[in-house]
Design a protein around this ligand. Structure first.
Ligand SMILES: Nc1nc2c(ncn2[C@@H]2O[C@H](COP(=O)(O)OP(=O)(O)OP(=O)(O)O)[C@@H](O)[C@H]2O)c(=O)[nH]1
Ligand SMILES: [Mg+2]
Length: 457
């Protein structure tokens, strides 16, 4: 997950209020101090940091927590709304006869993001996507882009020997006139100089590009703000892609600085691979950052071959409060289909499956082993037993253990795991914000069924 250290910092700060129900002046001050430190370490600027912590302090004093909610959760909820407000709303783009021009400074990730976006739109929208390599300065740019997309059906256009970017764009557009979406990769610059602006304008005009995406490396922290503002003023940026959020502790600075320039952050890059891209939506991003989990992200993650209806059904069950071993089994199946637990973990509320969100690599591997064993055990259970694991008593545990060739303690462990997951689910279904997200998701999918097409874009 991006910004892991910020996430940890926030947890340890708010953790100071764990299980507290009465506000203590010293504890509040200490919590605010650690939170301030965590935000500044993630490179939020001084003003934003003060704004957030002041707001939190005020609301902690004035807002009454909902009945049954402890101060830690109360603080978490307030922080959630404040951070989402700071990062601002996201923008939608529909890939229909569209052209996206990728611009940005040297080495910020334009070519990689071109490939990522192309594959993302192809996959999520099932549309025909082509990319054009119009960087005539960097040697090997065309090869780089082709290689990134070698396993994809996205069409790659380039003329490695042609020195005119404008001509390449013209020819490429002609060759791919039938594509729903064309993404154009351009050359990088040291800074936004007049040459770059002129080239962008020319290509933009030729391409009739309706979108200009600025690609910025998160490593630059707060200076992402001025870069974005400059590009925005001069070239009319319609969306921003922040890359390398996986590799920096300064990502909070880049995200927040850019969000306040008025140019919306549309996507974030979280790795070098083509699949390492996420549509940026501040509410989902923040709920993951705060360990509340991201149900919609979970469904986005389901691979193409996985039935979307099935994913929806499982998630709905997860939220319904009724949670059988079968549901947990389906959830695990979903996990194993998704492949790596790693990515999935970042979408789940931290604390689920015994706090896997905070696990190290070894523990995650151990978890994968557990999943395999659980499946074997469950194959030896009857449907009734899987529906109501709470009713499985000693003699049945013995039978199941014998049937699946494991120790009794393994069966008990599975039931214990189910119990913890079930409690977690209950907690989630009592979470208002989570329920809201869930309902919105259901509405979206109903609209899709009706062909209205409110896809997650
Ligand atoms: N970890 C990580 N690496 C990234 C990400 N995006 C790009 N990179 C890496 O950053 C380096 C530069 O990426 P490019 O896509 O070539 O950047 P560019 O803007 O096209 O560079 P120029 O064409 O030279 O201006 C490559 O090594 C990429 O693998 C990301 O989201 N995470
Ligand atoms: Mg490039």
């Amino acid at each position: 997950m991006a910004l892991e250290s910020l996430s940890r910092g926030i947890f340890s700060a708010l953790g100071l209020l764990k299980n507290k129900r009465k506000l203590d002046e010293d504890e509040l001050k200490e919590m605010l101090r650690s939170l301030r430190r965590a935000l500044q370490e993630a490179d939020f600027n001084v003003r934003q940091t003060k704004e957030i912590t002041d707001k939190l302090e005020m609301r902690m004093r004035e807002d009454e927590p909902r009945p049954g909610v402890n101060l830690q959760t109360h603080a978490m909820n307030i922080l959630y709304t404040e951070l989402v407000r700071l990062l601002g709303p996201s923008r939608e783009v529909r890939p229909h006869q569209s052209t996206i021009l990728m611009v940005g400074l040297y080495g910020n990730g334009k070519t990689t993001s071109t490939a990522k976006l192309a594959e993302w739109y192809r996959k999520k929208h099932g549309v025909r996507v082509a990319v054009i390599e119009a960087d005539v300065h960097r040697p090997g740019a065309y090869n780089q882009l082709s290689q990134l997309l070698e396993d994809s059906t996205v069409e790659v256009y380039g003329e490695p020997d042609n020195k005119s970017a404008v001509d390449i764009v013209k020819n490429g557009l002609k060759a791919h006139a039938a594509a729903d979406l064309v993404i154009i990769d351009t050359a990088g610059r040291h800074k936004l100089d007049q040459d770059l602006v002129v080239e962008l304008e020319q290509i933009s005009e030729i391409a009739n590009a309706n979108e200009r995406f600025l690609v910025i490396d998160a490593q630059v922290g707060q200076s992402a703000g001025p870069v974005a503002a400059n590009f925005h003023d001069l070239a009319g940026v319609t969306g921003i892609v922040i890359t390398k959020l996986d590799g920096t502790a300064r990502g909070g600075g880049a995200l927040s600085a850019v969000a306040t320039t008025g140019a919306p952050v549309m996507y974030i890059g979280t790795g070098e691979k083509v699949g390492d891209i996420e549509k940026f939506e501040s509410d989902r991003f923040i709920s993951r950052l705060l360990g509340m989990g991201d149900i919609r992200g979970l469904i986005d993650l389901a691979p193409e071959d996985m039935d979307e209806e099935e994913a929806m059904r499982i998630t709905q069950r997860m939220m319904s409060g009724r949670f059988t071993l079968n549901d947990m089994y389906s959830q695990m199946e979903m996990m194993s289909k998704v492949g790596t637990i790693d990515k999935l973990l970042s979408f789940l509320p931290s604390g689920m499956f015994g706090g896997m969100g905070a696990m190290g690599k070894n523990q995650k591997e151990a978890m994968q082993g557990n999943l395999d064993r659980y499946q074997v055990i469950m194959d030896s259970m009857t449907t009734n037993e899987k529906d109501e694991p709470a009713k499985i008593k000693a003699d049945r545990i013995r039978r199941i253990a014998r049937g699946s060739g494991v120790k009794e303690k393994d069966v008990r462990e599975l039931i214990g795991q189910w119990n913890r997951s079930r409690k977690m689910m209950k907690g989630m279904s009592g979470n208002r914000k989570m329920n809201k997200q869930m309902k919105q998701m259901m509405r979206d999918s109903e609209m899709e069924d009706l062909g209205i097409g409110s896809r997650d874009m």
